[in-house]
Design a protein around this ligand. Sequence first.
Ligand code: NAD
Ligand code: TYD
Length: 341
Amino acid sequence: MRVFNYMKTYLVTGGFGFIGSNFIRYVLDNKKDVYIINVDKVTYAANPENLADYSANCKFYKVDIADKTALSKIFIENKIDCVVNFAAESHVDRSIADPGIFIKTNVEGTLNLLELSLKHNVGKFLQVSTDEVYGSLGASGKFSEDTPLSPRSPYSASKASADMLAMAFFHTYNMPVLISRCSNNYGPYQFPEKLIPLVIINALNNKYIPLYGDGKNVRDWIHVSDHVKGICSVLEKGKLGEVYNIGGNSEAENIDIIIYILNKLNKPHSLIKYVKDRQGHDRRYAMDFSRINAETGFLPEYNIEKGIDSTISWYIKNESWWQEILSGDYKEYYKKMYENR
Ligand code: NAD
Ligand code: TYD
């Protein structure tokens, strides 16, 4: 509880999702002067279980950030020092199938948060963004913060729009805004629609693993705990009005990620099924994160092997967490997405 005046109140959106819940657990474990308010709409991707042992230490509002009236009440009821905006529709495949909700949450929702933060004099606003706003790379080169925005999916277009609004609030109103752009995350509590948990779970269930296109698309993988630490570094030491790339130093082709997981689980490579490619599939992402390193000292601690090994162990130990998801609405999504693909 916020009982002492020296404590800071962070309003965290999307705190029941994958990265938001990892962030809240990390902050509550490590920063005794922070009180958390979690604002989450509780979509398919949310799970209150992700914060089961922490609920006594944060206040929760079931609110859609696109609902400005409901959101406004939270800013009136609480003195908020800092906003960290994780709330988003986050899956590229879903954005290709149904882009509208991505604009509603990721763009309109962010605008509402910016307007209310400005009105209530919030001390810091961190927009959690993604490397996907930069578009797609060829075989060489890396994204720096100066790379022009060139989003190519409805998801990345909505995130780029939100980044531009956040920066516009910095320049127009002198609002204390920061943006972090991170590469592909993996780790505990990730919803099984994303590549790494999908591969682990399908392999454990001896189900085929859908590999899009030629399987040679490259992502720079980062363990979620490194992302969370990067965000804390930006909050503590970042310059207002700046963008900070956060990367994992772990570029890998999708096929190699899958083979690594299958080998670890002693499963046959015959489980891999090449399927129709994703529309507009970005070829390669790679991050130059020298700015955050130079200004805050941030470096990722996990290498990809250690990170995937510990993630596999987490999914094995926490089978009930993902079995519950598999038996719910996700079944329908999976059928629609992968049957006849
Ligand atoms: P997630 O899909 O696991 O969780 C999203 C959370 O936001 C859920 O709890 C959901 O209920 C909540 N939410 C969705 N719409 C909302 C709304 N309208 N109002 C309030 N809450 C809402 O997502 P994630 O993977 O944890 O990603 C979190 C953030 O990090 C996103 O902004 C995403 O763009 C960004 N990001 C993700 C990655 C990645 O690899 N997953 C990489 C870089 C950046
Ligand atoms: P994903 O986890 O959806 O993240 P993003 O699209 O945001 O990078 O996908 C990671 C990579 O894995 C991407 O190149 C698409 C590919 N992929 C597959 O080959 N099969 C799958 O079933 C999924 C979900 C993704």
